[in-house]
Design a protein around this ligand. Sequence first.
Ligand code: ZN
Ligand code: ZN
Length: 160
Amino acid sequence: MTTTRASHDGAALRLAAADASLIADSIRSAGLKVTAPRLAVLRALTGMPHSSADALFGAVRSDLPGTSLQAVYGVLSSFSTAGLVRKIEPAGSPALFERRVGDNHHHLVCTRCNVVHDVDCVVGHAPCLTPADALGFDVRAAEVIYWGLCASCQAETAHP
Ligand SMILES: [Zn+2]
Ligand SMILES: [Zn+2]
């Protein structure tokens, strides 16, 4: 987040500060202690939803010189236990994390470039899928992944 024009620096800094305090608030309200690694990981995840631990580590390592991939895994695991982030695990992909939680939304995943997009519930409220026979389960969530080719991969494969 850099700006080349001095006149914009003040605004950018204020924005970044507001952003940081919102992020600290959400960590606190999930019942977790606010730490520098947690702040950095959650902030990175805000800008890049559906990221793997590896990608997030790449995003925060310059801000947190002492951090490790293992530490990022630890942060993500505390976040998902606290309900602050959602973990999705598309087959053949590392676990991906996102801040959009609690709405039971689904995902479109491209089988060619692995791009991931959110899609809202198919119908009605969560859980949006009703099994023909729930076998007595109290169903709390349904996870759907739509696999296919994204629009740009379709375009690229149509005109090689
Ligand atoms: Zn694609
Ligand atoms: Zn999502």
